[in-house]
Structures are given as structure tokens and as C-alpha cells.
Design a protein around this ligand. Structure first.
Ligand code: FMN
Length: 204
């Protein structure tokens, strides 16, 4: 298997050990031109299927484009310029769509939360297959909804890539630093509380 500089740089400095899949997931911008095998796509979207959701509504829907096809081109056209400069290398581009209503036609308040869980779940399955994902909010959602005749109660919340990791060198030089800098996070003690909000959990 090919290894890239970025793979080791992106291994996080963990405060506590976690599953290797969680540690190794990150969001690359450099992709190999190799396409993603259908069997892998089957398993990646199967993983999304088994995410938890409020009342088991499963509000997630995905529209998958492959480099060279019309769906890919139309998704690509909705991206902001910053994303276009690197997404161009990705073999697969996906619209992640949430159905915002429940079966009675009322607002499903969990729609975004549940779609996020499905994407998080599929991103870990993808990682286990050697496939990287990169989610993007930098796109024109109304334009995407129009381009694909998406009904009003469905909203495109995110676009994401799927693909094998490529060499950072293929990117515009302005993106090299992002691709080759370590991943950072605030400590868990600043997000996990006991007793009252803002009071770090003792176990951390
Ligand atoms: C909802 C969402 C929107 C994002 N939008 C963009 C984007 O438009 N362009 C981009 O390059 N990265 C985007 N990202 C990627 C984040 O910047 C990235 O996940 C974050 O910096 C953490 O890095 P990691 O995923 O490599 O751990 C987005 C991520 C999420 C979850």
C-alpha cells in the first residue's frame, strides 16, 4: 500500500488512546485518481444506513457523483472557489441531504443531527476501507437543490468527497501547509463537564 507524508503527520497526539480508525480519520484535499470500488461504496453507504436516528426516521439521503459524470459536474459547480481548487482531484462527490419533516409533515428537529451521525458513521467505515472523506459546507445549497430538483422539504446540508489519499504535491502550493500540518483539538476537559456547565469532568 502507498504511504504518503501526510498520513503520519496527521496521526493525532492523543491524550487517551482511541480506536485506530478514529485516530486515523482526517479530511485530506489531495486524492489519488484511482476510483472507489463499488463493493467499498456498498459497505460505506451500508454503514450510514445503520446509524441511529430520532424515531428511526432515517432522514439521510445521498446523491453520488463520479468524476466525469453529470452529477459530479453539477455538484462541483455549486462549490465555492476555495473548494473547487482541491476537490477537482476527488473521484467521488456526494450531496448529503436531510429530509426536514417527519411522517406527519411536521418539522423533524433532529434532521441535521441524524444526517451528521450517518456521515460520521460512513466516514469511519470508509476509513476502514482505506477511503478518505472530506466534508464541506462551502457550497451553494439552494443551487444544488435546484440543480437536482430536490423537493422543498429536503435540504442539502453538506457535500463530501470519497477517495484514496493522493500526494500533497498535486495540490496548489497554497494548500500544502494545510495538507501537511498536524491535526489539533482543544482538550476534552474543555468540552466535557460534571457538576455544572463549564466545570471540567474529574475523570479528565
Ligand atoms: C460541516 C463541515 C463543513 C466543512 N466545510 C469545509 C469546507 O467547505 N472546505 C474545507 O476545505 N473543509 C471543510 N470542512 C473540513 C473541516 O475543516 C475539518 O473537518 C476540520 O478542520 C477538522 O479536520 P479533520 O477532519 O482533518 O480532523 C468541513 C467539515 C465539516 C464537518
Amino acid at each position: 500500500m502507498t504511504t504518503h507524508n501526510s498520513e503520519s503527520i496527521k496521526q493525532p497526539a492523543l491524550d487517551f488512546p482511541v480506536h485506530p480508525l478514529i485516530a486515523s480519520r482526517w479530511s485530506p484535499r489531495a486524492y489519488d485518481s484511482k476510483s472507489v470500488e463499488s463493493e467499498k461504496l456498498q459497505r460505506i453507504f451500508e454503514a450510514a444506513r445503520w446509524a441511529a436516528s430520532s424515531s428511526n426516521i432515517q432522514p439521510w439521503y445521498f446523491l453520488v457523483g463520479f468524476k466525469g459524470d453529470d452529477v459530479y459536474r453539477k455538484i462541483f459547480e455549486t462549490l465555492v472557489e476555495f473548494n473547487r481548487q482541491w476537490v477537482v482531484n476527488a473521484p467521488v462527490l456526494v450531496l448529503a441531504i436531510a429530509k426536514t419533516t417527519n411522517n406527519r409533515g411536521d418539522l423533524n428537529k433532529s434532521n441535521a443531527y441524524d444526517l451528521g451521525q450517518a456521515v460520521a458513521t460512513l466516514s469511519l467505515q470508509a476509513m476502514s476501507e482505506g477511503i478518505y472523506t472530506h466534508q464541506m459546507g462551502g457550497f451553494n445549497a439552494p443551487a444544488a437543490e435546484l440543480a437536482f430538483n430536490i423537493p422543498e422539504e429536503y435540504k442539502v446540508l453538506v457535500v463530501f468527497t470519497l477517495g484514496y489519499l493522493g500526494d500533497a504535491e498535486i495540490l496548489n502550493p497554497n494548500l500544502h501547509e494545510l495538507e501537511l500540518s498536524p491535526r489539533t483539538r482543544r482538550p476534552a476537559s474543555e468540552s466535557v463537564f460534571t457538576g455544572s456547565f463549564g466545570h471540567s469532568a474529574d475523570f479528565l
